[in-house]
Design a protein around this ligand. Structure first.
Ligand code: ADP
Length: 364
């Protein structure tokens, strides 16, 4: 069973350059946490601080309620898996997996039990005598995972472990990771820039941008109730459409066009007193109509993409581009269409702070 991790006002800088700012995190024992964010947002640095591979400039790291800032990496109960598996090239699969256990003087029978279980779980039994150079990328990656799980540590730290695999193998590997967690209940901290991986693996996601936590919540809440414009546009494929709009007495204005808001929204916005807002609507919550209605806007089709199951149609309205996901594509470039907004799926953000302004009672 995994143990708790807590970060209290943790910051990291290299010289004058701040890389992480005032990070506060409380990770429960046995939780699967994904650190998600664009490249350079500070994910790896955060993970490496938990691992003890990176010094903490300010603040406290608590592992199992003990201050751990000064505990060396070797003395933290962690196993780590990296993107470049880092296997010993001259050792067989089984020697790679058991090397650390032998060094730690784990008994021979215990090593054999753990090895056989890991080989079986990860489908490596037939390859146990092979050298890394005679393995496929997927098998190498599974060997690295096996080497980490036999350690039976409290914390399992993974830094983009699946990035070098193709899409099919990644799907298999995600299932394996899930199974590993179901079996050992370690506290997982997993770094990725891939939101699908984050959505599928995480109990909770830490979304990072420029060294700040944007949101720390369940995948469902991150998608349904994004804390700010960055979260709204980063999550989703394509991300949420956002546009600055005017608001007055139940009407939202997009340049010379208006839509009427349902009563629950107009009551909520009237209370806030806001006159300018950022509206957000996901591409999957928009549709295209031939005829207008009170929730639709007139616009021009400017770009189209086939995304496999669906079509992403880009429509220009008041010099803003909106992406709509549709099942069928019957529209021509340059055609004028009506963009229908599903009013129960709208989001609003503060223009100055870009923070979500919340939802009427019916959406709570
Ligand atoms: P991510 O994992 O999200 O891609 P990183 O944690 O690797 O981001 O890096 C965060 C930021 O810290 C980046 O801007 C990176 O250039 C900077 N950085 C990382 N390591 C060092 C270092 N040793 N010296 C200076 N800057 C660094």
């Amino acid at each position: 069973m995994g143990k708790e991790i807590e970060m209290i006002n943790v910051s990291k800088s290299y010289g004058d350059t701040a890389v992480l700012n005032d990070i506060n995190l409380q990770i429960n024992a046995g939780e699967r946490i994904v650190l998600l964010g664009p490249s350079g947002s500070g994910k790896s640095t955060l993970l490496r601080m938990i691992a003890g591979l990176e010094e903490i400039t300010k603040g406290d790291l608590m592992l199992d309620h003990q201050k751990a800032n000064a505990i060396s990496s070797g003395d933290r109960d962690i196993a780590m898996v990296f993107q470049n598996y880092a296997l010993y090239p001259h050792m067989t699969v089984e020697d790679n997996i058991t090397f650390a256990l032998k060094a730690n003087k784990v008994s021979k029978t215990e090593i054999k039990t753990r090895l056989d279980e890991a080989l079986d779980m990860l489908g490596l039994t037939l390859f146990r005598k092979r050298l890394p150079k005679d393995l496929s990328g997927g098998q190498r990656q599974r060997t690295a995972l096996a080497r980490a799980i036999v350690k039976r540590t409290d914390y399992f730290l993974l830094d983009e472990p699946l990035s070098n695999l193709d899409v099919r193998l990644r799907l298999d590997a995600r299932k394996e990771l899930f199974n590993i967690h179901q079996k050992y209940h370690q506290t997982f901290v997993y770094v990725t820039h891939d939101q699908i991986e984050a959505m599928t693996l995480a109990n909770r996601i830490v979304l990072l941008h420029e060294g700040h936590i944007q949101m720390f919540d369940t995948p469902d809440n991150v998608y349904q109730k994004p804390a700010n414009v960055f979260t709204a546009t980063f999550i989703g494929s394509p991300g949420m459409n956002t546009a600055e709009v005017g608001y007055n007495q139940g009407k939202v204005t997009f340049d010379d066009q208006k839509i009427d808001l349902p009563k629950e929204w107009s009551e909520y916005l009237d209370l806030s007193g806001a006159k300018q807002l950022i509206i957000g609507i996901r591409p999957e919550h928009l549709s295209i109509l031939k005829d207008s209605n009170e929730f639709s806007l007139s616009g021009k089709v400017v770009y189209k993409e086939l995304l496999g199951q669906s079509h992403a149609i880009t429509i220009e309205i008041a010099s803003q581009e909106w992406v709509v996901l549709t099942e069928s594509d019957v529209y021509h470039l340059g055609e004028t269409v009506q963009l229908a907004i599903n009013p129960s799926k709208i989001h609003f953000f503060n223009v100055d702070t870009t923070q979500n302004i919340g939802y009427p009672a019916s959406r709570q």
